[in-house]
Design a protein around this ligand. Structure first.
Ligand SMILES: C[S@@+](CC[C@H](N)C(=O)[O-])C[C@H]1O[C@@H](n2cnc3c(N)ncnc32)[C@H](O)[C@@H]1O
Length: 568
């Protein structure tokens, strides 16, 4: 069966597995084509279907090519007009020739569809589709903004505001960015160097995106590295579960922002990634983002097998744990994208003719498709590694969560054993308390935590942005322990903050006395950033003078709140 028939089957037929499009594809055991290819074709065709429906109807090809069904015509025309290599079938294949003999008509109709939308090029049409604006029926929810982290290893927020986002209006709330037709950016108030961008702004084709100077990263996914806040005295850092590398490169950027002499920064990040395929992606991401200088890759290596007492890790003072989880907080996981099927009756020349005798009318076929989708109510879980598990009953969900949380706890207990470690963050993109607050409580109650002196990082000890972040852990899931619930950080999927669903907690143990080393001689602000003079040199600590200046209170200087440039 061809790739196109397989994608058509996934989009129309009910399956026992059900759930999201991704789950349907990966749960289908009899696929001949690579699942990633079927999924990419199906999801892209859904996104483009409002435009392609118009093109196909106006080119009237369903009436002229009787062997084409509406769904096949969408998939084939998608590849013909938009895929780099065109239709993935031999040149003489009947389905391919059925489309290609209407080349002129289809291309002309695509141009007309673009002009009707007042877009000047095919690139702007692509950006328009990517932004999700091509779904006028969907007025229910404001679009999800694109969160963009400015990679300070390569650029600065100021530079990006002046270049990549120079044409965008500066919004003062996140709501402006979420308007369907806006071209706004919003500078986040919690996470430094993070902006939200209106979905219709084409960021993907910018030079900054292609060069790794800016990185797509959900706001909540920026929480862990920011909370970990590795300072020079924390030494080396372990990222235990790294691919694709968003948090690894964020750690590198933070380390560098704290460094007095970037050229001489000798802190290292040990990035573990067990899955060899994903480790390759990690390597690419690290090179592109420019964090390779600080990162030692442990490709294909299981963090649980790393010996805490190995000399390699003797200087590891901070660990970031972002293990595999149910992925239930990820946006769009549990939905089927809308699909707009072309109508035979709407075709230009055929408009006056009725459907072929015995043929299913478009309404019937649409109704059938809708019914099939509605029948498909079973629950599946696709974790963030792409592993699909059918969970048709509450018991199955429970046992999947039990297996995941056992692994997550094991990871945390292993991290507690690193002798020089002082800080750990634990995060998941899951909404289930079994993987979140429960793991935290079990870890704190463990003998290992007690022996090694680990405790929770309280809210009042957290970096400013996360101390001020309003959504905290579940008090119920924390056994009514208010301090613990306040210490836990959550983000809700689809609320007014426009983030994915996320969970984060920090663990600390009291520091060994800090020696009067080189680093301790420099003045730092409350986030640990070096205070610099007008020429950019780090300011040395001069206890008498500082005390005197504070007591005189003649001038309060610039605060973070006043100076948007100070986002590093
Ligand atoms: C949630 S993803 C990490 C996302 C990553 N931190 C980021 O922000 O880009 C979890 C990753 O951990 C890897 N992984 C799972 N168990 C592991 C282990 N025991 N050791 C190392 N890597 C592991 C998985 O292959 C997967 O790539």
């Amino acid at each position: 069966m061809s790739l196109y028939h397989e994608a058509a089957d996934v989009l129309t037929a009910p399956t026992n597995a059900g759930g999201s499009l991704k789950a349907r594809v990966y749960n289908k055991k009899d696929l001949k084509s690579p699942p990633a290819q079927v999924y990419a074709l199906a999801i892209e065709t859904c996104k483009w279907s409002p435009v392609l429906k118009e093109v196909i109807e106006n080119a009237d090809i369903l009436r002229l090519e009787r062997k084409l069904s509406p769904i096949l015509s969408l998939l084939l025309v998608h590849d013909f007009l938009l895929a780099k290599r065109g239709i993935a079938l031999p040149a003489t294949h009947g389905l391919r020739t059925a489309i290609e003999r209407h080349k002129g008509r289809l291309q002309a109709e695509l141009t007309k569809a673009r002009i009707r939308r007042k877009l000047s090029s095919i690139e702007s049409l692509k950006a328009h589709i990517e932004s999700g604006q091509e779904n006028p029926a969907d007025t229910s929810e404001a679009p999800y903004p694109r969160w963009v982290r400015i990679n300070t290893l390569k650029t600065s927020l100021e530079d990006q505001l002046d270049t990549t986002f120079a044409e965008c209006e500066r919004g003062i709330t996140i709501d402006g960015v979420r308007q369907r037709d806006s071209k706004q950016i919003y500078i986040d108030v919690h996470i430094p160097n993070l902006i939200a961008v209106s979905p219709c702004v084409d960021v993907q084709s910018s030079a900054a995106y292609k060069s790794g100077a800016i990185i797509f990263q959900d706001k909540a996914s920026c929480f862990p590295a920011y909370l970990l806040d590795p300072l020079p005295e924390d030494g080396d850092v372990i990222d235990s579960c790294s691919a694709p590398g968003n948090k690894t490169t964020h750690i590198a950027a933070i380390i560098l922002s704290h460094s007095s002499e970037p050229g001489e920064c000798n802190q290292k990040i040990h990035a573990f990634e067990k899955n060899k395929g994903r480790a390759k992606t990690l390597e690419k991401m690290i090179n592109l983002a420019g964090s390779d200088t600080w990162t030692t890759l442990h490709q294909g290596q299981d963090f649980l097998k790393a010996s805490p007492n190995s000399p390699t890790f003797k200087d590891v003072g901070a660990l970031l744990l972002d293990p595999s989880c149910s992925g239930s907080g990820i946006i769009g996981r549990d939905e089927m994208p809308p699909l707009h099927l072309p109508d035979l009756e709407s075709g230009g020349a055929s408009a006056s003719k009725g459907p072929k005798k015995g043929a299913k009318t478009p309404e019937k076929s649409k109704e059938r498709l809708k019914r099939k989708r509605e029948e498909d109510e079973d629950l599946v879980m696709v974790d963030d590694d792409g592993i699909v598990t059918s969970v048709n009953t509450g018991d199955e969900l429970e046992s999947r969560l039990a297996a995941l949380s056992a692994f997550q706890l094991q990871l945390l207990l292993h991290a507690f054993k690193f002798p020089a470690a002082r800080k750990i963050t634990y995060s998941t993109c899951s909404v289930h308390s079994e993987e979140n607050e429960s793991v935290v409580q079990r870890a704190l109650a463990s003998d290992i935590a007690k022996q090694h002196g680990w405790r929770i990082l309280r809210r009042d000890e957290q970096v400013r942005g996360l101390r001020e972040w309003p959504i905290r852990g579940s008090k119920v899931a924390c056994g009514e322990n208010t301090m613990l619930a306040e210490a836990c950080i959550r983000a809700n999927k689809g609320d007014e903050h426009a983030t994915m669903g996320f969970f984060l907690a920090g663990f600390v143990r009291d520091r060994a006395p800090v020696t009067e080393d080189m680093e301790a001689q420099f003045l730092r602000d409350e986030r640990g950033h070096l205070v610099r003079d007008l020429l950019g040199f780090p300011v040395r600590v001069q206890h008498d003078r500082i005390e005197q200046e504070v007591s005189e209170e003649e001038w309060n200087g610039f605060s973070d709140d006043e100076d948007p440039a100070d986002q590093t």
